[in-house]
Design a protein around this ligand. Structure first.
Ligand code: SAH
Length: 230
């Protein structure tokens, strides 16, 4: 029979990850079932691994740090951009049943959907350009982007609920990416740097029609100011 559970006590000690829901989720999700067979032996090392199509499954520490920053509860509505292997979405689904995920590459999206079905994770997946978010299910309490954007997409901020959190790596090249926590509360945006990171790029696959909207142009200007301040 295929081993469905992670090894007991595999989690490293990360001093800055303390949220018990996040730690329980990482302890529970079988990461070896989200990586290609030739990398199964490495699934419980704290490293990123290739998942095909030039993409990677993130390092568990970064998954934990990002998930913690989302401050999820059992009723949170959460959107992920960049489904990839589906591992991050499965972690989210351990915490809340309202998980939506967008992926541009159809093969990865389909493979992730199969894993969600096999492992019973209620994650809804859409194939498309995640820079536009997923307006039909908005607003979200939390949005997590698992690929690095040169600029934070304003459509994602527009789909945050009041009090919502967006966790996103931003940077032009892999050498200068910063992981940001952007919060939207009472009509104001605030931003906090969380870590220096390295992610694959968030690619632009659809023309940015939605971004013509003047409300989005305003958000874009506000984000430019926030993320360029040191
Ligand atoms: N969260 C994933 C990590 C995926 S790597 C995991 O747990 O395995 C980043 C993913 O973002 C890749 O699968 C890539 O195809 C996807 N991606 C890149 N640009 C995108 C875009 N504009 N919209 C949606 N997905 C995108």
């Amino acid at each position: 029979m295929k081993q469905q559970s992670p090894p007991k006590h595999w989690l490293p000690h990360w001093p800055d990850v303390t949220d018990p829901r996040v730690l329980a989720a990482l302890a529970a999700v079988p990461r070896h079932l989200f990586v290609p067979p030739q990398h199964r032996d490495e699934a419980y090392y704290d490293v990123p691994l290739p998942i095909g199509q030039g993409q990677t499954i993130s390092q568990p520490y970064i998954v934990a740090l990002m998930t913690q920053a989302l401050r999820l509860g059992p009723n949170s509505r959460v959107l992920e951009i960049g489904t990839g292997s589906g591992y991050q979405a499965a972690i989210l689904a351990q915490i809340t049943r309202h998980v939506y995920s967008v992926e541009t590459l159809p093969e990865l999206a389909r493979a992730a959907q199969e894993r969600f079905r096999a492992l019973n994770y209620p994650v809804e997946v859409k194939i498309g350009d995640g820079r536009q978010g997923w307006p039909e299910h908005a607003p979200y309490d939390a949005i997590i982007v698992t690929a690095a954007a040169a600029d934070a997409p304003p459509a994602l901020v527009a789909q945050l609920a009041d009090g919502g959190r967006l966790v996103i790596p931003v940077g032009e090249s892999i050498w200068d990416q910063v992981l940001w926590l952007i919060e939207h509360a009472g009509g104001r945006l605030t931003a906090q740097r969380l870590a220096d990171v390295r992610f694959v790029p968030l690619v632009a696959t659809e023309s940015a029609g939605l971004e013509e909207d003047p409300a989005l142009a305003d958000i874009r200007r506000e984000l430019d100011v926030l993320l360029n301040r040191w």
